[in-house]
Design a protein around this ligand. Structure first.
Ligand code: GRF
Length: 226
């Protein structure tokens, strides 16, 4: 019997983070397998990617449930049970989950968000980061709490913001880091290395980098010589 955690990746769109999880889970020593890719939209491009990779897919169309979010989530939950899922990884899943679902999956429900939370929860994070003039931006993997984009932070990746960035160029730089960060954070969770104490997550044995990220670099621009 496999000891690997059975993960469902929940998507609504292109599914590049889901694809990064699939790629990581191909390694025999990865502690999780992506047992299901589930979308709330039948036209999500990521469904095709999952099918091509030979992964089971399912659609629970949120539109069919109108405003009854809990009925939608009960259908979602039934599908997760059907596939014997132990962990749920939100990967561009564009639905806010109710406290009912969040409590049911507490500690087993993880999300990736394209900002350094708690800065810029919600949508349009890259445009908002540029408008705010931040010099460092990034992404966050966190356990899902009851508020939108809230919950204990597992891991973050930071990238520099450049003077000529557009929301698109900045999004691409962040996305590349999302694809590194999410598989790592999911592996820690699946391996049972995450403990939550007083609302903060600790990852057993996790190392922090020595180097700081400064932007702009402190020795630029060069001061004019007198
Ligand atoms: C990512 O930026 C993710 O952080 C956010 O939605 C986007 C989904 O992209 N939650 P993809 O579908 O994984 O390519």
């Amino acid at each position: 019997m496999s000891a690997r955690a059975r993960v469902a990746a929940l998507i609504s769109g292109r599914g590049s983070n889901m694809a990064a999880l699939l790629a990581a889970a191909r390694a025999p020593d990865y502690p999780a397998e992506i047992a299901l890719v589930l979308s709330n939209r039948p036209d999500a491009a990521g469904l095709g990617v999952a099918r091509e990779a030979g992964v089971a897919t399912a659609v629970v169309e949120s539109r069919r449930f109108g405003r009854d979010r809990e009925a939608f989530e009960r259908a979602l939950d039934a599908e997760l049970e059907r596939y014997g899922i132990g962990l749920v990884a939100l990967a561009g899943f564009m639905r806010v989950l109710t406290p009912w679902f969040v409590r049911r999956w507490a500690g087993r429900l993880v999300n990736i968000h394209p900002s350094l939370l708690p800065a810029f929860p919600g949508l349009d994070t890259h445009a908002r980061a540029l408008a705010a003039g931040v010099r460092i931006h990034g992404c966050t993997v966190h356990l899902v709490g009851e508020g939108v984009d809230e919950g204990p932070i597992l891991a973050q990746a930071a990238v520099p913001v450049r003077g000529d960035d557009t929301p698109e160029t900045l999004a691409a730089r962040v996305l590349a880091e999302e694809h590194r960060l999410y598989p790592a954070a999911l592996a820690w969770l699946a391996a049972g290395l995450v403990r939550v104490e007083c609302g903060r997550a600790r990852i057993q044995g996790a190392a922090a980098p020595e180097a700081a990220l400064l932007n702009p670099l402190p020795d630029t621009p060069r001061l004019p010589t007198p």
